[in-house]
Design a protein around this ligand. Structure first.
Ligand code: FAD
Ligand code: SF4
Length: 409
């Protein structure tokens, strides 16, 4: 493999997803020279390629519009070890006997040893946000004090910052993403907004399903929902519209949502925000360069304990290796790939436990939208907390029938 010379810049960012794009754009506006290493393919000039791939896909899964291809030429699930920057897909993470087999890394990409699969995915090229839904919830203040609020759960910790510290930054992010929501409706469980704050756009109108669920909840008695063991009976939960990074009216030269619900995996009219929008702004500053098809492979730590460079492998043409040197490094490669890169970077044994891992917590306690198989309740918060916020997800089949059932009677 040929070696490229080391590139110098102010800030090196690994990952052009949501986090990497926002940081790159702010730094570009501040006239800092930024290099973004991105493992995935180049962002095409328009979404036609993505749309074509999506239309042709036999299985319309979140990953179908994007590369690497979900299926190989023979019609089998792509073996992630045979492509340059693989990733899990919802098909490859299915139980054996379906399309894929989450226990086999040759199919699922992830090596999983626990009893249940982590079955969420992410994408290459502008990250998982390409196929995200656009839901933009703020944390409630209690989320920052989980240990204090739930002392019986040993793994909970309190954050070193609180809601008030992030409140103004939420506003900045909501402006960049273009979030549609109603401030008064979003004031609950201690969520406050700066005086005179308005979301960039009015809320997306309630759907027929929203209205039907709100009616159904009103018609239930507390007894009928006891089985959920929620501190606040669901009958008292108000159905609120979710803040959404979807345009409820034209915003920043993008059209208003047409309501066709194709947000996952791709909005054909870009009414839903995705990071290609911010990446475009970032490169337009003239200070940000995105190196696509470039996989960061090693974080090099110097004798002084500081990062001295990030090594990469580039597959834009014949494979080459290279490195980037910066004053500051940002590893924004997502919840799975960031710890992977940190843990892979052993520096000839000097960081045998990986980089930035004095806590030994890097790569542990991965959490996503866990669902309790019996109740269908999101496990990302304890049940009573879940109940407060209305985070009941009617996605597990037996539960999916329960509340709507009475409504149908
Ligand atoms: C189907 C789906 C729906 C979702 N819906 C929502 C939602 O509605 N609301 C919400 O808040 N969240 C949602 N999420 C979650 C959200 O997409 C992620 O939390 C978010 O994308 C994380 O952003 P990130 O920048 O940390 O990482 P990512 O967006 O994953 O970006 C990481 C980038 O880094 C690159 N990368 C990784 N490793 C390397 C390497 N070694 N070298 C170079 N580049 C590398 C990747 O290719 C990728 O482009 C959803 C996720 C999925 C899968
Ligand atoms: S236009 Fe369709 S795909 Fe785009 S944001 Fe609206 S509902 Fe989603």
């Amino acid at each position: 493999m040929a070696a490229e010379s080391c590139i110098e810049c102010d800030v090196a960012i690994v990952g052009a997803g949501f986090a990497g794009a926002l940081i790159a754009n702010e730094l570009g506006k501040a006239r800092k020279k930024v290099i973004v290493l991105e493992a995935g393919d180049r962002v095409p000039p328009n979404i036609n390629d993505y749309m074509k791939r999506f239309y042709k896909a036999t299985a319309k899964v979140p990953e179908s519009p994007y590369t690497p291809e979900v299926f190989d030429a023979a019609g089998s699930l792509t073996d992630p070890s045979k492509v340059n920057a693989g990733r899990p897909t919802v098909l490859s993470l299915l139980p054996k006997g379906g399309f894929g087999d989450w226990t086999d890394p040759k199919q699922s990409y992830l090596i999983q040893k626990g009893p249940r699969p982590f079955a969420s995915t992410y994408d290459r090229v502008a990250g998982g946000t390409s196929h995200w839904l656009g839901t933009c919830l703020r944390f409630v203040p209690a989320d920052f004090k989980m240990k204090t609020n739930y002392p019986s759960v040993p793994q909970f910790v309190d954050w070193p910052i609180g809601y008030d510290d992030v409140n103004p930054w939420y506003g900045k992010a909501e402006e960049e993403l273009g979030v549609s929501a109603d401030v008064e409706e979003q004031k609950y469980l201690g969520i406050q907004f700066p005086a005179s704050y308005r979301y960039p756009m009015p809320k997306i109108p309630s759907s027929l399903v929203d209205l039907a669920v709100a009616d159904a909840l009103k018609s239930l008695s507390a007894d009928e929902t006891k089985f959920l063991e929620m501190e606040t009976p669901p009958t008292q939960i108000r159905v609120r519209n979710l803040p959404a990074a979807r345009n409820s009216q034209p915003y920043k030269n993008r059209r208003a949502c047409a309501g066709n619900t194709n947000c996952i995996p791709i909005c054909p009219i870009q009414a839903k925000y995705d990071p290609t929008i911010t990446l475009n702004d970032a490169t337009s500053t003239g200070f940000v360069q995105i190196m696509d098809r470039t996989v960061a492979s090693d974080i090099v730590v110097g004798e002084n304990g500081r990062i001295s460079q990030v090594n990469f492998i580039r597959y834009a043409g014949p494979k080459t290796s290279g490195c980037v040197k910066a004053k500051i490094y940002v590893i924004a490669a997502n919840g799975i790939e960031t710890p992977r890169l940190l843990l892979m970077s052993k520096n000839g044994g000097r960081t045998a436990n990986g980089v930035a891992n004095s806590s030994d917590m890097v790569g542990r306690n991965l959490m996503d939208h866990g669902l309790d198989a019996d109740t269908g309740i999101s496990l990302s918060r304890p049940a009573d907390h879940v109940g407060h916020r209305g985070f009941v997800r009617w996605t597990v089949p037996q539960q999916a029938g329960r509340i709507p059932y009475r409504y149908r009677q």
